[in-house]
Design a protein around this ligand. Structure first.
Ligand SMILES: Cc1ncc(COP(=O)(O)O)c(C=O)c1O
Length: 390
């Protein structure tokens, strides 16, 4: 006998990487040396101070109990100072910050907090798959907004306005998901884009959820936050994370920042779902947030070195790409003769033992693209090139 699943479990597909990485592990278990350029899982270490703070905190007898639902004061203050020094944004550490178990978790809590069944959600036609999956899980109507490749993968605001105006009576468009520096295309963030987004949100009474995990990775100018725009906190929530920028993806530390009413509302939902994180993680995260500019520059210098190797890797595959991308990946177009991206990626995995992400997992517009991660030493990327050319 099998107890029937909820509709949402029937309708939701297992996360692509959850399935594909199991295949990668099977190949590894069979003795194959897989070069994994598929996922954005930083292989570099967190700062030494971060590890030191973790160890020191774990030795305290008071470190092991339940923690406050909205995290420790120290972590929230650390996030507030980080926002001030990194983005020039003032946040009240008591009322405007909510630590999360990674920003991925925040997508679910925000969706549960704001979306009624059939409410509209705008997601980029290429983007982090969880925006769409979670919106669908909570019964919202997902509408994709176009990204204009000619304009550097910027949102098509006119099309977005049409989508919003077409919302059926009683089912308003409630949330707009935005993410710049953009994953997967690497399009940089600009202040002008954020200003436009905030104006759009005010005009149409929509909540902008800006996902900002890549602002410090290979950024060509000072990192920016949506919350730096006047009036952003009235209509916007920003998600941020230590996963990529501080090499702490497995630690599961992120947060959201906004005005008090939104933070309180998400906390109401979240406090019924999970509890405060392990104190040593939060203490160490607060330490990580003090990493110097030099530390970030050193990390970016490593990625810069890998970038050249990834460009050569993509040249070997016959792919084309732009050289102004920011973040942890390079987005590249497949050569015209390739018929199916899925077959191309599978062939690379099975025959050359190299894993890269097919673009379609970020939306159908990605059919003719692949995404290559920088989270691999350049020597391994060069081995990949040899396998392709050899
Ligand atoms: C755009 C984007 N948002 C959110 C996440 C999730 O990050 P976290 O580890 O903070 O949950 C990722 C991870 O790949 C991402 O690419």
């Amino acid at each position: 006998m099998i107890i029937p699943l909820a509709h949402r479990a029937d309708q939701t597909q297992e996360y692509y990487f959850s399935v594909k990485l199991a295949e990668v592990r099977r190949l590894q278990a069979a003795g194959h040396d897989i070069i994994n350029l598929g996922i954005g899982n930083p292989d570099l270490m967190p700062s030494a101070n971060t590890i030191g703070a973790l160890i020191q905190s774990a030795q305290q007898p008071t470190a092991h109990g339940y923690q406050p639902y909205k995290g420790t004061v120290g972590l929230r203050q650390g996030i507030a100072s980080f926002y001030k020094t990194t983005y020039g944004v003032d946040l009240n550490s008591e009322t405007e910050i909510l630590p999360l178990i990674g920003s991925k978790e925040g997508i679910t809590h925000i969706s549960l907090t704001f979306l009624n069944e059939n409410d509209g959600v705008l997601v980029p036609e290429l983007g982090y798959p969880a925006y769409r999956a979670v919106s669908q899980m909570v019964g919202a109507q997902v509408s994709e907004y176009p990204l204009l490749e000619q304009g550097g993968w910027q949102p098509d605001w006119e099309a977005m306005t049409d989508r919003v105006n077409a919302s059926p009576e009683g089912s308003p468009t409630k949330i707009l998901w935005l993410n710049y520096p953009h994953m997967p295309t690497g399009a940089p963030a600009t202040y002008a884009l954020f200003e436009k987004a905030v104006r759009f949100a005010h005009d149409h009474q929509i909540l902008i959820c800006h996902d900002n995990p890549y602002s410090l990775i290979l950024n060509k100018k000072k990192p920016i936050s949506l919350l730096a725009v006047d009036g952003a906190k009235e209509v916007g929530i920003e998600l941020n994370s230590l996963s990529k920028s501080h090499n702490m993806a497995g630690w599961r530390i992120g947060w959201l920042a906004s005005s008090k009413p939104y933070v309180d509302a998400v906390l109401t939902i979240k406090s019924n779902v999970d509890s405060g994180q392990f104190k040593p993680l939060m203490d160490a995260a607060a330490e990580a947030l003090t990493n110097s500019e030099a530390w970030h520059e050193e990390r970016n210098a490593v990625y810069q070195g890998r970038l050249d190797a990834v460009h050569a890797f993509l040249d070997a595959l016959g792919c084309t790409y732009t050289t102004d991308q920011e973040g942890l990946f390079i987005w590249a177009k497949l050569p015209d003769h390739v018929e199916s991206a899925e077959a191309f990626v599978d062939d690379l995995l099975l025959n050359k033992h190299i894993f890269i992400a097919p673009g379609f997992i970020f939306g159908p517009k990605g059919n003719r693209y692949v995404r290559v991660s920088l989270c691999m030493p350049k020597e391994r990327i060069r081995t990949g090139i040899e396998r392709i050319l050899g």
